[in-house]
Design a binder for this molecule. Structure first.
Ligand code: MD3
Ligand code: FE
Length: 210
């Protein structure tokens, strides 16, 4: 389902088996050398979601290899299998066998939402590359708000994201405002291995080297 140019929602793309694998991998990262934590914002705020990063560590508003705000360790290596999953996601979303060619994501942001967590409307501008972002959702459903490229307000479209859904944001959608105004507790599938809450994994190309 194309929501806007370059923004494609593919419901139920991840098999239950793949969701279980991702939950296991995210548990490993969340309890690794760089623990999952609430990101602190420069203005003094604290994000309600908890995040662990893979490949590069994101802290507003830059990417680093070490996690100064979470123990100082180097972030986990970005695995090849995850990049391959990203290429397959682009092929599926854009229905073009060549859509994944050359796509080489080098960071994943893993966000965990409890029933009260939300994410305000924002743009993702900390990547130097404008390559597409691949978003994978597991666990509780949420309302995902996809806005415009001008401001945080209307017009926007609310989309229900469920466990197993894929969303790709490329082209003109790459710089659209977006957020998560609410999670729906108790709507997930315990067979994923996630007993409660929502997990969102975004694959990105930082455009950084080193
Ligand atoms: C549209 N995460 O981590 S995923 C984020 O569900 C983020 O955790 C939300 O926004 C979440 O930055 C939304 C969907 C998403 C991710 C990145 C985008 C939509 C996007 C980048 C550009 C445009
Ligand atoms: Fe975002």
């Amino acid at each position: 389902v194309t929501v806007a140019p370059g923004a494609v929602h593919v419901p139920d793309w991840l098999s239950l088996e793949r969701q279980r694998e991702l939950v296991t991998a995210c548990r490993g990262w969340a309890t690794g050398p760089v623990p999952m934590r609430h990101t602190r914002l420069p203005g003094g705020g604290v994000m309600s979601v908890r995040t662990v990063c893979v490949g590069w560590h994101w802290q507003p508003y830059r990417y680093t290899r070490t996690a100064a705000d979470a123990g100082g360790a180097r972030v986990a290596e970005f695995p090849d299998w995850l990049a391959e999953l990203g290429r397959r996601a682009l092929v599926a979303a854009y229905q073009d066998p060549a859509a994944g060619d050359g796509y080489d994501p080098d960071t994943a942001l893993v966000n965990f939402y409890d029933g009260r967590a939300t994410m305000g409307m924002h743009q993702d501008r900390d990547e130097r590359s404008r390559a597409p972002v691949v978003s994978l959702s597991i666990g509780d459903s949420c309302v995902f708000r996809f806005g415009n490229t001008e401001n945080r307000g209307r017009p926007y479209t609310d989309v229900e994201l469920r466990s197993g859904d894929l969303f790709v944001f490329g082209g003109p959608s790459r710089l659209a405002y977006h957020g998560v105004p609410r999670v729906r507790p108790g709507t997930g599938n315990p067979a994923t291995g996630l007993a409660g809450g929502r997990l969102n994994i975004t694959l990105r190309v930082t455009g950084l080297t080193g």
